[in-house]
Design a protein. Structure first.
Length: 130
């Protein structure tokens, strides 16, 4: 039988990561994310505390804070991330560690153009317009 590979992030299991505080976890990240977390660790800790409060009352967690970096304490949470006009429900998984919340709620969609109208092509330039 195949042995299922256990998830690790920079050589640490998810249980070990959850024991670390936000600033200790920042040491495992790449430089840009590390600097961001070290500047905004209070923001992240406040968000986690409020999210845990809301989860205990069964309310959904909504946020406009697309810039927050995902830390191990957020794994397993269901967060609604604002994308400009609606909130997109996202469940945080282990593979999302170190990424920003906004990466999982795309703000731009693929444009699908319809058929060209009158005057849109050379063949319809001379057609009468009503």
């Amino acid at each position: 039988m195949e042995k299922k590979k256990e998830f690790t992030y920079r050589g640490k299991t998810i249980e070990e990561l959850k024991q670390l505080n936000v600033r200790e976890f920042a040491k495992l990240l790449k430089s840009k994310s590390r600097r961001t977390i070290l500047r905004q660790f209070q923001d992240i800790e406040n968000f986690i505390n409020k999210a845990k409060e809301k989860m205990s009352t069964k309310n959904s967690i909504k946020t406009h804070k697309r810039y927050l970096i995902i830390v191990p304490q957020m794994v397993g949470m269901k967060i609604n991330i604002h994308k400009g006009n609606i909130f997109v429900p996202v469940e945080i998984t282990k593979e999302m560690l170190g990424h920003r919340l906004g990466e999982f709620a795309a703000t731009r969609t693929k444009v699908s153009h319809g058929a060209a109208g009158i005057g849109g092509t050379k063949g319809t330039k001379s057609m009468a317009k009503k």
